[in-house]
Design a protein around this ligand. Structure first.
Ligand code: NA7
Length: 558
């Protein structure tokens, strides 16, 4: 009989976003005693928080929805090719209600610490409402971009108007008409919000540190007839997503960049520029990601597109990135973004020329002049992927903290386990399958893999699992190797762990945050590990909680 005490739950899932919702569905179906804790007042994660105008998918809506239920696929009607935040939140709510999942979720519960109790093989969590909860397993579904970061600017607290990060855009309607609004940041978020509000505010001033390459989203409605057609093709659509590097329908053009004529290249680019979604990034020649010359030629093409859309040539030049090529950072998709700068009420401030000196009571002071604002919007990004983990005091074996484990460099096994942190599983961890893929596609892989692992352990009476140090080191080295093959390694972006607002994450040392080998390769490796009865992982049985001997299993015993 097990000597370990019964924890409150077999599994605690942290996070009620896209990952947590699917994870709890799987656990509930298996009859596992589990709960979800989330700091927010309701479910939705990213789609609960990011209520800024213009927030929407860059993934085709019908490739973003869950694939696990035919009923769900047959019921839900995506109204737009790239659906917007309110609809996305409604969708997630609909999923939770359809499967009666809310009763397994606890809101306004921020997990403050999670400590592994070695003697009893369980996790002890402290929650912001004062409770301590225990569970055999913790599944981290904390999202990739859930820890917003504000700039570290002098005087921010003195500003008398309204100011907020886009992630914390107020839930109540805010009056923009006639207002003087500043947006700081021109990443995917800034580009969405700027384009959406430019014609709704009195004056808009955009503070741009570095421009981003961006291309048209080409969004549009999905009619009843189209949705009916999509429903008949869902199997085909998801099968296709499973074969492409980014888990989208978009697949690379496999012709060699230098093997076709310049005219053929331009013909492809002209077509992709007018097509919906990430095609311009992901259906391009593969050399765009690996060959500086190919990348430069394509970047010039996009630069020219920008020049054609922005009337003032000096402004157009400011909107063209100089420090990185197209596609080596996450490409923001835009809707009439560049045309915004043709409007008389919009001003672009190039922070390279005139940096911000401080925020004042009335606005922002740059080295050039003082600007007055009613509202300052910070679209300044996130402490990506590891940030949400760092905000929980996670202590594993011997009291080692996860933050220490990852201080100098991120390392994981398949992005799902970390040596020294037994029974902690991650469905959207660094170096895993979801960060560089169409998120829900990666999430379904991660959740299914973690759930299979739990079932395997249950069948065999095992209650402790940990990745070996060797397996983790090998995976981390593989992730690093994948970076060396692409130009992404040179970019200052969250893909390389860069964030000027987080101490220690400023320019200088690259952090290997995402898996660049493509989803099919990731899935194949994760499957192989499972088929080899979880090679690279050590298990212990409930009967021997203090003697954590690895349980050897015959090959194929799963
Ligand atoms: P990003 O892509 O990290 O963009 C943040 C933007 O904010 C970017 O333009 C930054 O300039 C700018 N930034 C950050 N800090 C400052 C300071 N201190 N001063 C001025 N400008 C600053 O975050 P997003 O929210 O746009 O997008 C995140 C992801 O969400 C995106 O990849 C999608 O997956 C969805 P920089 O380029 O660093 O010079």
């Amino acid at each position: 009989m097990s000597q370990t005490p019964h924890p409150d739950y077999e599994v605690i899932v942290i996070g009620a976003g896209v990952g947590g919702i699917y994870q709890i569905k799987r656990l509930v179906d298996l009859g596992v005693k589990a709960t979800v804790l989330d700091a927010a007042p309701d479910l939705g994660g990213t789609w609960y928080w990011n209520r800024y105008p213009g927030a929407r998918f860059d993934s085709e809506s019908y490739t973003y929805g869950y694939s696990f239920s035919k009923d769900l696929l047959n019921t839900w009607h995506w109204k737009e090719r790239f659906s917007s935040q309110p609809e996305n939140l409604r969708y997630l709510s609909f999923v939770a209600d359809t499967f009666d999942l809310r009763r397994h979720m606890q809101f306004n519960c921020r997990v403050e610490s999670a400590r592994f109790d070695e003697a009893n093989t369980l996790w002890r969590l402290t929650v912001s409402d004062g409770r301590e909860l225990t569970s055999r397993f913790v599944i981290m579904a904390v999202g990739l971009l859930s820890t917003p970061t504000l700039p570290r600017l002098e005087g921010m607290e003195s500003f008398k108007g309204r100011q907020f990060h886009t992630f914390n855009w107020p839930h109540e309607p805010i009056e923009l008409a006639g207002k003087k609004v500043a947006v700081v940041g021109t990443g995917a978020t800034g580009i969405q919000v700027i384009a959406e509000i430019a014609d709704k505010v009195g004056e808009l001033t955009v503070f741009q540190r570095r421009p981003n390459w961006s291309a048209p989203l080409n969004n549009g409605p999905i009619s009843e007839a189209e949705m009916t057609d999509i429903r008949t093709r869902y199997d085909e659509i998801f099968a296709k997503c499973a074969l492409t590097p980014g888990s989208f329908e978009h697949e690379p053009d496999r012709r060699g960049f230098w093997e076709v004529s310049r005219e053929e290249r331009v013909a492809l680019w002209d077509r992709l520029y007018d097509e919906p979604g990430f095609g311009i990034w992901l259906s391009n020649f593969r050399e765009i990601f690996t060959d500086e010359k190919a990348n430069a030629e394509f970047s010039d093409y996009i630069a020219d597109r920008i020049r054609r859309r922005v009337k003032d040539p000096a402004i157009a030049e400011k909107l063209i990135p100089r420090d990185h090529g197209f596609g080596v950072q996450r490409v923001p998709m835009e809707t009439h973004y560049f045309e915004v700068y043709n409007r008389p009420n919009v001003k672009l401030v190039d922070l390279g020329e005139t940096p911000i000196e401080r925020v004042t009571e009335t606005g922002i002071l740059t080295t050039e002049r003082d600007y007055d604002f009613d509202i300052i919007v910070y679209a300044t990004g996130f402490d990506a992927i590891t940030g949400a983990f760092d905000h929980i005091d996670i202590q594993g074996v011997g009291g080692e903290t996860l933050a220490e484990h990852w201080r100098d460099q991120v390392s994981t096994f398949l992005g799902m386990l970390v040596h020294g942190f037994p029974n902690m599983l991650m469905v959207s961890g660094p170096q895993g399958g979801s960060a560089s893929a169409n998120y829900p596609r990666g999430i379904e892989v991660g959740v299914d893999w973690c759930t299979d692992l739990l079932q395997h352990m249950k069948r065999r009476g095992l209650d402790r699992v940990e990745a070996t140090a060797a397996a983790e080191a090998e995976w981390a080295a593989h992730v690093k190797d994948m970076y060396s093959m692409t130009l992404m390694r040179k970019a200052k972006s969250w893909f390389t762990g860069y964030n000027s607002n987080v101490p220690g994450h400023e320019e200088g040392s690259i952090r290997y945050m995402v898996y660049n080998g493509g989803a099919p390769k990731f899935v194949a490796r994760a499957r192989q590990v499972a088929e080899q009865v979880y090679a690279g992982m050590e298990f212990a049985a409930a009967e021997a909680p203090s003697n954590q001997t690895a349980v050897a299993e015959p090959a194929g015993a799963r």
